[in-house]
Design a protein around this ligand. Structure first.
Ligand SMILES: Nc1ncnc2c1ncn2[C@@H]1O[C@H](COP(=O)(O)OP(=O)(O)OP(=O)(O)O)[C@@H](O)[C@H]1O
Ligand SMILES: [Mg+2]
Length: 367
């Protein structure tokens, strides 16, 4: 699922705001050839400097001395039998291809997910065993349910599987949920819902709980357990996000069964890639005025490509400008700190990132 990205401003405007004690300067200056670029402040100068240094030391591909590598969109997994080593890379994909590598993105996703796995352990255990490196998680290998548990608190989205896309087209029933007439885009739902999709190779297909059971994707008992846990984790995430001035709008979870048959949450939780966050303090006023909610926008890189080439068809894509890649990196770090309340730790930049990972895996006795 894609997180919602703000559309670019069509005129030049500057805005200075304060969000959760941090000053955010947003400058939209869209000429015909350049997308809106919002420069976020609130990231420490030493991190900004480290981002520039790390730009040439990103984790785009891995080739670790471990067996059974499988490359996902963002993660490379190595299957060790009872355990999996999951390396979250810096890959930034869109249009089904790699657009750029973003310094520290993999670390941010890995550490954000780990933080949430710990926070939600009282609801359902995760498969996480250890973090031997900022970019690496060791997990219990689970048999993954072939369903993505999409949880939503708002009527929004713009992709084919979004709730708003279906509602706008007239649907009042979606994935086993009913919605009343008269709702507007970005309205808060009367209650959180799950709109599951099948976990298909190329694209995710909406499905109802009834179909999930009828088609044998999950037993009724497993569905009941997992859907209840998903809604609890989501409600917990919303409450935690609210403490930091954020609305957790929607997200998706994956679950699986470990070797003993225990259900565990896997993959990632409430990361900026799997979740949509809006800024809470401006939501009501903007929504009332018919404006899109504010978020920490990550759409500008996709727009930059769309304005310059056909990213679906062109064999070779232009290289993303360093300025945009570094801005994106800053936003990931900002989101990590904002979401988790933790201070981002700049990793050791003296070693090539792949070498650092191998050294850390060796230290942990994994290779
Ligand atoms: N504990 C686990 N046991 C088994 N498989 C896991 C575990 N944790 C994650 N995985 C699998 O590892 C893969 C991670 O890949 P990645 O997150 O890059 O892509 P994806 O999950 O296929 O796509 P997306 O996250 O964009 O929907 C996923 O297939 C996920 O199901
Ligand atoms: Mg995933």
């Amino acid at each position: 699922m894609q997180s919602l990205m703000k559309q670019p401003a069509c005129s030049v405007q500057a805005r200075v705001g304060t969000t959760n004690g941090r000053r955010v300067l947003a400058v939209h200056a869209q000429a015909a050839s350049s997308p809106a670029i919002e420069s976020i402040s609130g990231v420490r100068p030493e991190v900004v400097e480290a981002i520039a240094t790390a730009r040439h030391n990103c984790l785009t591909a891995t080739n670790l001395p471990l067996p059974n590598r499988r490359q996902g969109k963002v993660r490379d997994t190595y299957d060790l039998g009872e355990r999996v080593v999951i390396v979250t890379t810096d890959r930034q994909s869109a249009f089904d291809r790699l657009l750029a590598s973003v310094p520290f993105k993999g670390q941010v996703l890995n550490q954000t997910a780990a933080w949430w796995f710990q926070q939600t352990a009282h609801i359902i255990p995760s498969a996480l065993l250890s973090l031997p490196d900022p970019n690496v998680a060791v997990m219990q290998k689970c048999k993954v349910f072939p369903v993505e548990f999409v949880c939503r608190g708002f009527m929004t989205g713009s992709t084919d599987t979004s709730l708003w896309t279906h509602y706008k087209a007239g649907a009042r029933q979606y994935c086993g949920n009913s919605f009343p007439d008269g709702m507007r885009k970005n309205d808060r739902l009367a209650a959180n819902v799950i709109t599951p999709t099948t976990k298909a190779e190329d694209h995710d297909v909406p499905i109802s709980p009834k179909e999930i059971v009828e088609e044998g994707l999950m037993t009724q008992e497993d569905w009941d357990t997992v859907s209840a846990a998903a809604l609890k984790i989501f409600a917990f995430g919303q409450a935690e996000a609210a403490k930091r001035g954020l609305l957790l709008v929607d997200t998706k979870y994956e679950f699986g069964k470990d070797a003993e048959g225990n259900i565990r949450i896997i993959d990632e939780v409430h990361t900026p890639d799997s979740s949509r966050y809006w800024l809470a303090d401006t939501y009501a006023a903007r929504h009332a005025a018919g404006l899109e909610p504010e978020n920490i926008d990550k759409e500008f890189l996709r727009l930059w490509f769309r304005q310059r080439c056909d990213p679906y068809k062109d064999a070779v894509l232009p290289e993303a400008p360093a300025e945009l890649v570094c801005e994106l990196s800053k936003r990931y770090v900002y989101l990590y700190e904002r979401i988790t309340g933790q201070v981002f730790q700049v990793p050791d930049l003296d070693k090539a990132i792949n070498d650092r990972i191998v050294a850390n895996l060796q230290k942990a006795g994994l290779c």
